[in-house]
Every structure is written in C-alpha cells, then in structure tokens.
Design a protein around this ligand. Sequence first.
Ligand code: UDP
Length: 330
Amino acid sequence: MRALITGGAGFIGSHLAEELLKEGNKVTVVDDLSTGRRENISHLRENSRFCFVQDTIMNKEKMRELIDDCEVIYHLAAAVGVKFIIDYPLKSMEINVRGTEIVLELAGREKKKVLLTSTSEIYGKKEDGLFKEDDDRVLGATTISRWSYSCTKALDEFLALAYHRKRGLPVAIVRLFNTCGPRQTGRYGMVIPRLVKQALSGKPLTVYGDGKQTRSFTYVTDVIKAIVSLTNHPKAVGEIFNLGSEEGISIYGLAEKIKELTHSQSEIVFVPYEKAYENNFEDMRHRVPDISKIRNLIGYSPRVRLDEMLKRIIESKKEAQRHKGTEAQS
Ligand code: UDP
C-alpha cells in the first residue's frame, strides 16, 4: 500500500512511518519541519520505499500530486503543544483549518481513505468522569488562546464528518490523549520530555499550578498500532474514537516518579500558570478517556504501563545525550 503521512517528521508521525515501512508499505512523508525534525526520520531515508517531501500541506498543488499518488492518508500535520498554540495562534489556526480542508477536499475527489488525528482538547475543560466520544464539550472564552486549538480541531472533525456524509469520503477520526515516547520534544510544552530533561540535567522540575491536575499517558507504540488497525477496519469509517489510557496520575505524582526513576537530586518547584503560559490561562483539571468504543472495535488495550514508558523515555533521552556528547568530542 502507498501511504502518505502529513506531519510525518513529527514525534508520532515518524513512529507511524517506521511501523508502516516495517509492514512492507511505501511511505511518503510531507512535513514543513516547522515542529517536525529531520533527525526523526533520518534513519528511514535509506529505505527505498520511503520518501520525504519538505513542504507545507497548504501548498495545494503539491498536495494534489501527493494525494493522487497514494492510497491512504494519515493526516497528522497540525499545530502541536499548548505552548506552541499560545505563542503562534495564527499559524496554528491556519494549519489546522486551511491545511486540513485542503487534505480533505483533495482526498474527497477520489475518495481516498483518510485517518484524521484529532485531540482530547476537543472536550475542553470538562472534568467529570471518563470522556466519551459523544459527550458535550465545555469551552472557555475566545480571549483565552488555548481554546482556539479545541475549536480548530473540532472544525476539522466537523469537516471530516461532512465530507464523509456528503461526498462519501472514507475517513476515521482518532482523538489522541496525552501520547509520549522517544523523540517527543518538550519545546512546545509537553510535560514528560520537559520533566525528564530537567531531572537528568539536575535542574528543578517545574510543576505548573498546584500539580493536582491529572493526565493519563499512552506510549507511542500503543497509539501507532491502534491507528493502523483502525485505518484498516471498515467499521471505523465515519466514526470518532478516543485513543488513550485510563491510568491517570497527578502531575506532581508524575514529577515525583520521574525524579525517583532518574535518581535525580533536582527539587520539584511549583510555577504559576500565568508565568508558564499567559495571563488568564486555563488548564484542564482531569482528563481520562473512556476507551470502550475503540476496545470493542479493534480489541485495543494499551500495553505499556506508566513506569515502563518513563523508563524507556529516560533511557532514550540518556542515549541521545550520550550520542550528542560523542559527536561533540569527535
Ligand atoms: N505541565 C507542567 N510542567 C511542565 C509542562 C507541563 O506541570 O513543564 C503541566 C501542564 O500544565 C498540564 C500537564 O502538565 O497540566 C500536561 O501538559 P502537556 O502540555 O504535556 O499536555 P496537555 O494535557 O496540557 O495538553
């Protein structure tokens, strides 16, 4: 199969490219390297079934060519990270709205199969219980930049569902909850790579707010397997699925765990949200998915537990640091 991955030089996209190549597919990655990184895919470039195109998904002519040339599109290109959304609101909205519209419109012409990645931000600041796909959304004011992300991704979902209903586009939607793993960068705010880096370099671990907010983390290999399996499942078409883990932890608890696993002497410090992000910032207190829908369809159950994922991430970070050290010496 010939697959196109938009945003394929990103953290999740590069792992997906690896998996699809392993399965014997041809893979083209299109990425403008705004947040994706060349190093994420450099190990794939020797593979004759792999091709990298450095371009934006907003280049319609290029996208027409790439979409014409593939059978399935994994649409991952999007603005990522709370910090990125706040720092670059216009760019984020443009890529999420205009970019996705281009992908869906072009895919719709020949009814190419699409997997659209959405986000748990869709649920906004809803707090109670496990989040189900058809739950109501709870959003803050438009003066708070964070909520633009939820709105743009919701628009992506509306568009995808409308293309499905009106033009027969075979599209499936996954809402990713906090995904983590090697190659994820803390540059755009993501908590695990940030805390791990801080712990390994002896800097204070920065816990935002009171640290009592909870998240549930899923290891990238579990996410990739589920994405591939959903894309191949005919009953996933026209449907939305949560993709995450039900094992929640407070952010302070996470910082303690990381400190312990890295044997770090770093202290854990609290940083007010307005210092970390912007004035009036609003965070989600709790965010845990109900995963019964995806479990019932493809038998999804996340394999890698939190301690194991942290150990793997710490190891890969240490490995990357050793590699950098060796390079600096040579
Ligand atoms: N967070 C933190 N310290 C950091 C980065 C993030 O305490 O250095 C918090 C953040 O405020 C949020 C949680 O960790 O409550 C998860 O943040 P992330 O940006 O990884 O994902 P989110 O769930 O907010 O999209």
